[in-house]
Design a protein around this ligand. Structure first.
Ligand code: NAD
Length: 351
């Protein structure tokens, strides 16, 4: 018999094609009068967002940067104060969402998020920030965005390499939820549904990147995977990626893509039934090997070396990953993790 504590996320979720055009009504629903739009420097979709907000739009800040540097948050806060905004809209991937959460953490402003990748941050109450070369996370119900508008049309142009990496990032949330201390029948069902939507869609999106039906599967799967991330404590995989991104500057989704097959193979020794279930949902004999093969076939990153990690940093990464480790079904120590990271650095077959 298992015991668990389950928290579900109370965000309002609107999913479909063209739903971003309802943003003005959604902002008004939150009694917003003065909206600040947050994005990365590309300003992708910002003009459409401004149009949808109409007279509610008062300012934009386009400086969002990956891993939410506190210095960038301070700049966005200055804009928010200058324009006396009463609501935040973020459009983009987890980077834009992270900035919205960081500003909300300091102001209490409500957030409407328009995700354009599969990162899942928009449905979690977790914020990861970086300062002085260290990434720290905090979690509070107040950080959870009020409304998420998943507009599949805004994802049609996400480049294939980013789509594969971000899709595998989402798979990682579902995988780690399945062996988390909180796993229950609901998480089990949602995580398998996420994997079952995302994995077949990865190959399909590589073949036809602008196919709306495939993109909808990926986006819906990413939402489900995000709810797993929100409800369950993540394990070794997320700890390693947290260190690789926060302390060594590796890009978030590509780092997840390289590391996930190695962690699945590592944890398979402790949770063979869970891993077999993941393989069955994926439709492959072995989850780690099947995922590694899929990533390789689709041209995704397979080594930490190609992401710019220095080999000399592997020992320090392993050391950092055992400081305040995340719960994991198989015990870890720095030596074991250094071996795993070295395999991932070389792009060896996970085992
Ligand atoms: P990202 O938001 O940085 O986006 C990656 C790249 O894709 C960027 O260059 C961006 O401009 C581009 N892009 C985004 N949408 C696009 C589109 N539709 N078309 C073309 N290009 C597009 O990366 P990400 O992987 O989505 O998010 C990573 C960040 O999110 C990290 O900081 C990570 O820590 C955070 N995150 C937090 C949580 C959480 O629960 N707190 C969960 C997941 C990720």
């Amino acid at each position: 018999m298992r015991g668990f504590v389950h928290s579900s996320t109370p965000s309002r979720v609107i999913f479909g094609a063209g739903v971003v055009d309802g943003l003005g009504a959604e902002a008004a629903r939150l009694d917003a009068r003065r909206v600040l739009v947050l994005s990365g420097p590309s300003r992708r979709s910002v003009d459409r967002i401004r149009g949808a907000l109409g007279t509610l739009f008062v300012a934009e800040f386009t400086g969002a940067r990956m891993h939410a540097p506190v210095a960038v948050t301070e700049q966005a806060l200055a804009v928010a104060r200058e324009h006396e905004v009463d609501c935040l809209v973020a459009v983009g991937g987890g980077t834009a969402t992270g900035l919205a959460k960081a500003v909300a953490a300091r102001t209490g402003l409500p957030q409407l998020i328009v995700p354009t990748t599969y990162a899942g941050s928009e449905v979690t109450s977790v914020l990861g920030e970086t300062a002085n070369g260290r990434k720290t996370t905090r979690s509070s119900p107040g950080l959870l965005p009020e409304t998420v508008l998943y507009d599949v049309d805004l994802t049609l142009g996400l480049p294939v390499d980013l789509s594969i990496a971000s899709g595998v990032n989402a798979v990682a949330h579902a995988v780690e939820a399945l062996y988390s201390p909180q796993v229950n029948a609901l998480i089990d069902a949602v995580a398998h549904a996420a994997i079952g939507l995302i994995v077949p869609a990865l190959a399909a999106v590589a073949a036809r990147p602008a196919d709306r039906s495939t993109r909808a599967d990926l986006l819906e799967g990413a939402w489900l995977a995000g709810t797993c991330l929100a409800s369950a404590d993540m394990g070794l995989h997320h700890k390693l990626c947290h260190v690789l991104g926060g302390s060594f500057g590796l890009p978030h989704a590509p780092a997840h893509t390289v590391v996930l097959p190695h962690v699945i193979a590592f944890n398979a020794h402790a949770v063979p039934d869970v891993t077999a279930g993941i393989a069955a949902t994926m439709g492959v004999p072995d989850a780690a090997a099947g995922l590694a093969e899929l990533i390789g076939t689709l041209g995704g990153p397979t080594s930490l070396r190609e992401l710019g990690m220095a080999e000399v940093d592997l020992t320090e990464a392993a050391r950092l990953a055992v400081v305040a480790p995340y719960p994991n079904p198989r015990p870890v120590d720095a030596a074991v993790l250094e071996t795993l990271l070295r395999d991932a650095w070389h792009g060896r077959t996970p085992d």
